[in-house]
Write a protein that binds this ligand. Structure first.
Ligand code: FES
Length: 96
């Protein structure tokens, strides 16, 4: 057995057909902001299949928040980036 390195945050992004059509709403601005803020090393973007919440597309869930979000948009992307930055600033070395 080997222990795999984990990231501080994981954002599960639904890539079912309904959500994928709306990836411009959340995924693109979120990924762009992660890169701009230098946070890519702390966040894993994990693509998922349909989560059976298609009426709320695009759907994401976030760990360690343990929250689900529907109608994810650029505003949510900005809020998450802020939360991620805040959580890392609270840790002396930026790591858990
Ligand atoms: S396609 Fe995303 S919840 Fe169904």
């Amino acid at each position: 057995m080997i222990e795999l390195e984990d990231k501080e945050w994981t954002v599960y992004v639904c890539q079912g057909s309904k959500c994928k059509k709306k990836k411009e709403n959340f995924l693109k601005p979120f990924a762009k902001a992660l890169k701009k803020e230098g946070l890519k090393g702390f966040v894993r973007i994990q693509k998922t299949q349909c989560n059976d919440q298609c009426k709320c597309a695009p759907v994401i869930s976030v760990e360690p928040e343990r929250k689900w979000y529907g109608k994810a948009d650029e505003e949510l992307a900005r809020r998450l980036i802020g939360k991620i930055k805040d959580s890392l600033e609270r840790k002396p070395d930026g790591r858990a």
